[in-house]
Structures are given as structure tokens and as C-alpha cells.
Design a protein. Structure first.
Length: 165
């Protein structure tokens, strides 16, 4: 999940890159902003902005669908007497919503990649690898082998997204 967020932030950063950073043949400094290192032309920036604008409503709808499916699943799990059939249905709804979200993210990334020159694509791949390295060790939400998937009810923090009586 964090990887997806980082990728979306990186993609969104393409939109807001400094307009004065037009493409030159100079190598970028090692410590500069990754988006500036891509050295997008003004035309590339404009086309990427259009890609984001065209998909804005669908992205919002898909993200809302994932959030709502997640909430519904959590509510089913937290019911007084959980119904396994309902939980299975909620799992399927969440999986379908997440699949739609992933499809949308990948399609957008493909459109953006088509706007990049080969040297920019090489840098993009480098950034992705760095993000994987960065996000990989920080993932602590995965249980260890043999560990219970749901923590003890006494250790749960109140959820913000579930209405309270």
C-alpha cells in the first residue's frame, strides 16, 4: 500500500515539476529532486497534466470504492456474530475494487511512460527501484509466519472511519 502511495506521489510530482527545468543534455546533480532529474519538456508536462486530468474522476471513484469496500469488510469482521458468507462477499468486493485501482494506476503509468524519451524511461526505472528499496524494509503490516492476522481486541485503536453509536 505504501508503495502505491509513493508511486502516486511520484506520478503526481510529474505534474508539478518546476516549469523552468526544461530539458538539457547536462547530467543532473545526484542530490536533486527526482522529478527534476527527468528534465521534462514543457510539452511533456502538459501532456502528463492532461493524462491526470482525463483520469481524475475515475481515480476518485475507484479510490472511494476501495475505501468503502475496506470499511464494509472491517464492519463485517467486527460484528457481534460475524457471518462468514457476508465476509467472503466483502472480501470479493474489496479484491475487485483493488484490482480496478491497480488497473487504473498501471494504465496511467503506461500513458505517462509513452510520453518519456528512452533516457527518461531509464531514470524512471531507477526511481521505481529506489522506491522499492525504500518501501521494502518499512513494511511492518505483514504478519510473521504463524502470527495471528487480527490483533487482540484489547490492543486495537479506535477506527476513525467507522461510525460510533
Amino acid at each position: 500500500m505504501r508503495f502505491r502511495i509513493l508511486m502516486l506521489l511520484l506520478s503526481a510530482g510529474l505534474l508539478f515539476a518546476v516549469p523552468g527545468a526544461a530539458y538539457t543534455q547536462d547530467l543532473p546533480p545526484a542530490n536533486s529532486d527526482p522529478i527534476q532529474q527527468l528534465r521534462l519538456t514543457p510539452e511533456q508536462r502538459q501532456r502528463i497534466r492532461i493524462i491526470f486530468a482525463e483520469n481524475k474522476d475515475d481515480r476518485q471513484t475507484t479510490n472511494r470504492r476501495v475505501r468503502e469496500a475496506n470499511i464494509a469488510l472491517e464492519q463485517s469482521l467486527d460484528a457481534e456474530s460475524p457471518d462468514e458468507n457476508l465476509i467472503d462477499q466483502r472480501i470479493n468486493e474489496l479484491a475487485a475494487a483493488q484490482a480496478a485501482q491497480t488497473r487504473m494506476r498501471i494504465r496511467m503509468e503506461l500513458k505517462i511512460r509513452r510520453e518519456l524519451r528512452p533516457e527518461q524511461l531509464a531514470m524512471w526505472r531507477q526511481f521505481r527501484l529506489q522506491l522499492k528499496d525504500f518501501a521494502g524494509p518499512q513494511r511492518t503490516d505483514q504478519p510473521a509466519a504463524g502470527q495471528n492476522l487480527r490483533p487482540n481486541a484489547n490492543t486495537l485503536r479506535p477506527r476513525r472511519n467507522i461510525p460510533r453509536p
